[in-house]
Design a protein around this ligand. Structure first.
Ligand code: B12
Ligand code: SF4
Length: 506
């Protein structure tokens, strides 16, 4: 890089849902790669701008009886009262970046685009590059946007510094693997870059995030949390998830396996590094299926974590739970875990959602957790194609059964959103369930929306909305209340007062 350049800051924009913080490993990993090459990195995030009219992620969750209200919000979070656009312009003026990156998942794509337009209007010469899951799976949509010059298709740790070097050295940059580049009206679609051995990457650089972003809720309290990556991708193939698509994208393009585990030695090294740097109160193992690890790795993890003594939580699948593992993890600080049920009907789960997990293994796993007095968040969805009220009640009944086994379980319910590139997206499209041919879920910025975006009848959409609202009442109150809960499903005055009355009983 030409060190004579005094302005060598790369700005990375992180469009995020209001009050839904969490360290973004992708951005942190890009930052480490850039800093190794001598660049400065500035992150602009939207986490604390109220873009949803006071409907924040946590409030909606507690309104829907999914989680406890946070008691110490004001100690760590600060809602921004300034204008997001003006704040972004101030950052652009201060750092005068030549390269501005934007990380986008599908639900925040619209917001990301708005921000990219502000950048282009204000800094005409800056190169704007979009990356993340949505640009990777839909580069053709993203590259069409006037405010986007380059799309990073796939991982960016190696390709973004390469692009920056070329730009700073005023070199030709239209042929970088893993990049789609728009130049003088022409689009250069370069082949994807080979995937990296994640063990050779530098540790993610979380110092680019403001302190409030480290604070996430656990059981109604905010704690300073650090995310530790133990793997990328997931061995399973659920039809509604982007992970299998990222896997098949890598397979089809012969760039290596997307599903990669970090060596356990590297995970432990990373833990000590991040703890030393950030002193977290909690650790979140940011892996799609944490317990999909070998016995050798598991044993090493338990042995090493024993010395760390910081509570931790993670996400895994029911099939990966054994009594021996949960007992060992509890002893060394496991506080909580998140598990997907997604649907109560085994056949539906298997055939439509492509989740092979049996109801028996869900119940067995829940039994182990109950016996060892471990709490967990259980994730569920509704509003799928080919589902109906009766099938949704199977999800309710399974969650009810589990809650009766262990009242520390929290049941989350989300409206199904078809993400582009997934198998269920295609099924929705073929069955005329998408509102338009080029549908994207970009407008679902609030992923807790209670409106189904599928082409169902208005009556069924209302029914779904009511069931989403009352899901936890059905689970937590005895069946004798069910007729009253049915009234609470309605959004009229009688429905609302029934909902309020019944909520008081919990
Ligand atoms: C940890 C995680 C989170 C964390 C951190 C957020 C984040 N965006 O990383 C939290 C809990 C905050 C979160 C929140 C959400 N998440 Co999430 N999350 C994940 C998960 C499990 C792992 C992400 C990760 O760490 N990957 C490893 C890193 C290294 O990869 P990466 O982030 O993709 O980044 C690399 C490349 O994409 C690229 N890249 C990324 N950004 C950029 C930017 C530039 C400029 C460049 C050049 C390159 C580049 O380079 C990076 C390094 O190689 C993924 C699953 C998955 N397989 O991606 C879901 C996933 C990304 N989440 C998803 C969703 C839907 C959400 C939420 C909407 C959830 C919700 N219900 O509200 C929010 C949206 C948050 C947001 N603003 O993006 C979906 C996105 C679906 C889609 N098609 O877009 C995924 C794919 C899971 C799924 N269901 O399919 N999530
Ligand atoms: S187990 Fe989770 S991360 Fe893996 S494919 Fe299924 S939904 Fe995606």
């Amino acid at each position: 890089m030409d060190q004579s350049q005094d302005k060598n800051t790369v700005l990375i924009i992180y469009p995020a849902t209001f009050k839904f913080p969490g360290l973004h490993i992708g951005i942190a990993s890009l930052s480490s790669g850039l800093k190794e090459k001598g660049y400065q990195v500035k992150v602009f995030d939207t986490v604390f701008y109220d873009l949803l009219g006071e409907q924040d992620w946590n409030k909606l969750r507690s309104d829907r009886l999914m989680s406890k209200k946070i008691v110490n919000e004001d100690e760590h979070w600060k809602v921004k009262t300034t204008d997001m656009k003006e704040d972004l312009i101030k950052v652009l003026d201060e750092y005068q970046p030549k390269i501005v990156g934007i990380s986008m998942t599908e639900p925040v794509y619209d917001l990301g685009l708005q921000l990219s337009r502000i950048v282009k209007q204000h800094c005409k010469d800056a190169i704007v590059i979009a990356g993340g899951v949505f640009p990777t799976l839909s580069p053709d949509i993203v590259i069409k946007e006037d405010s986007i010059d380059v799309v990073c298709v796939g991982e960016g740790e190696m390709t973004l510094p390469e692009l920056c070097d070329r730009i700073y050295q005023k070199k030709y940059f239209t042929d970088i693997p893993g990049m789609w580049v728009k130049n003088s009206g022409k689009i250069y679609k370069n082949s994807p870059a080979k995937l990296q051995d994640i063990n050779n990457l530098p540790h993610p650089d979380f110092s680019v995030f403001d302190e409030p972003i480290f604070y996430k809720a656990m059981q109604g309290r905010l704690y300073k949390m650090v995310n530790i990556e133990t793997s990328r991708g997931c061995p399973y193939n659920c039809s509604y998830c982007a992970s299998p698509e990222l896997k098949s994208f890598s397979f089809k393009n012969d760039i290596g396996s997307y599903y990669r585990n970090l060596d356990m030695e590297r995970v432990i090294e990373q833990l000590h590094y991040q703890i030393g740097k950030h002193s977290p109160e909690f650790i979140y193992f940011s892996s799609e299926t944490f317990l999909a690890m070998s016995k050798k790795d598991f044993d090493m993890f338990v042995e090493e974590y024993r010395k760390i003594k910081i509570p931790f939580w993670f996400q895994t699948r029911f099939e990966t739970i054994t009594e021996e593992r949960i007992k060992a993890l509890k002893e060394v600080g496991m506080f909580w875990l998140t598990l997907g049920i997604e649907h109560g009907n085994e056949d539906f789960r298997k055939k439509i959602l492509k989740r092979g997990c049996t109801t028996n293994s869900i119940i067995e796993g829940a039994n182990i957790l109950s016996k060892l007095n471990v709490g967990a968040s259980l994730n569920n969805m509704m509003g799928f194609p080919f589902e109906n009220r009766e099938l949704i009640f199977e999800t309710i009944k399974l969650n009810k059964k589990l809650f009766e086994m262990n009242n520390k379980f929290e049941s989350n319910i989300f409206m199904f959103v078809p993400y582009r590139g997934t198998e269920l997206y295609e099924i929705c499209r073929k069955n005329g369930l998408l509102p338009q041919e080029d549908y994207s879920a970009a407008h679902t910025l609030n992923s807790l929306s209670d409106e189904s975006t599928l082409n169902f009848t208005e009556e069924y959409k209302r029914e779904l909305k009511g069931l989403l609202k009352t899901f936890n009442l059905y689970i937590k109150l005895p069946e004798k209340y069910w007729p009253e809960i049915k009234i609470a499903e309605r959004s009229d005055e009688e429905g609302s007062s029934a909902f309020n009355r019944l909520s008081q009983l919990l």
